[in-house]
Design a binder for this molecule. Sequence first.
Ligand code: HEM
Length: 162
Amino acid sequence: MEDDGAKSSPAVHPALAPLSYLLGSWKGEGEVGFPTINSFSYGEQLQFSHSGKPVMAYTQKTWKLNSGEPMHAESGYWRPKPDGTIEVVIAQSTGLVEVQKGTYNAEEKVIKLQTELVGNATKVKEITRVFKLVDGELSYEVQMATNQNSLQPHLKASLKRL
Ligand code: HEM
């Protein structure tokens, strides 16, 4: 077999230990809403992985629940710091890019992120993301502000470990 030089299953870096509960694949359903759109349900799968470095890779994809049609997708990198702060970069399939900063609480398993920078966005001014682990399910809420509407919910989802 060809050796790509990477270790196949490196130890989790100590910086990732407080968030290691995220590592792996998650799948579930969510609900989209906003004052300008008709709410509907979507399916979602996401994955957190690592290569032994102090950073987690994140990939996500969604689909329309009733047809399976692919929808929004995004990927990025999560960088937790030992002081309880975290920095996340995300590239969205729509072309929008985000730099998010926030905090994590390792005991309560809550991560709160808010916009440091949104780039290449025509409408979006601000994005907040809150992730929680409740009874083994990973749930999140995404709020956004646009040039027309103040900060309010756009996404809410709950995912089970695959
Ligand atoms: C942080 C991630 C996301 C951002 C920043 C975002 C941003 C936006 C924006 C700016 C709009 C237009 C709203 C308006 O014109 O007032 C929109 C609409 C919409 N979003 Fe999202 N979105 C995100 C994730 C998602 C996801 C995951 C889905 C579905 C699975 C989704 C589905 C939709 C739909 C169906 C619309 C209405 C139709 C359209 O404008 O394309 N969005 N979103």
